[in-house]
Design a protein around this ligand. Sequence first.
Ligand code: AP5
Length: 242
Amino acid sequence: NPGEALKIMISGAPASGKGTQCELITQKYGLVHVAAGDLLRAEVAAGSDNGRQAKEFMEKGQLVPDEIVVMMVKERLLLPDAEENGWLLDGYPRSLSQATALKKFGFEPDLFILLEVPEDILVERVIGRRLDPVTGKIYHLKYSPPETEEIAARLTQRFDDTEEKVKLRLRTHHQNVEAVLSMFKDITVKACDIIPFLSLSLSHIHNFVYIDGNGSKEDVFAQIDGWLTKLLEQRKATSESL
Ligand code: AP5
């Protein structure tokens, strides 16, 4: 619907840059960033029952069971800020059952973005990643170093960011990605590339885009920004023609 807030899903292998791009997208578009991994880590930090159970799977690089994840994400998407400002769903759905559940609850994206990055680069990104517990900002010791000594001194590392664990996370990703894509790629033609407005006149059809995630974070964002701008322009044109 032309006047509705944007709903975007972003997917990709571990360390493909989802969180980094989500920071840039939310800064520009004001969408609410809903990251399944962040919601789970908050549960782990709070020491809840769900958190304790989730941590066992996260440590093995496996998917946390649907009983925990599905309701958690659904409840977050239903909060008023996400309904009002639109949402940017990061790292969810990661399995066919999660994708089916989302659809059943009526959450359909306007755009599904898949970040593609070669595997050797992913491992290097994971190992150098650091997080600022105060601001939540994502850094990389080499590619995105902290701005000050003070920030550098307080950076932390995720418990699943070791070479051994990222290999397990990558395996899980490869096992599931095709099933998820099959839900969102039912139009493999990039509709709006071929016939402008086609994707909107057939509103049950999703826009699906592959993004080359192997550039600088600014270059990757420029590609995503291009798609989001296009989407908003299409909407504007559709609402003007109504
Ligand atoms: P989650 O937290 O989602 O982790 P992930 O998918 O492994 O992805 P990451 O957060 O590691 O990476 P990212 O793509 O956000 O990359 P980032 O921007 O940080 O999930 C963790 C666990 O939770 C899962 O293993 C699973 O157990 C569980 N879980 C999560 N969702 C679930 C679900 N739906 N169902 C069941 N279980 C679930 O970038 C990485 C690094 O690279 C950073 O240091 C960054 O600075 C750097 N970087 C980013 N972009 C660039 C660039 N363009 N150039 C150079 N460096 C860059």
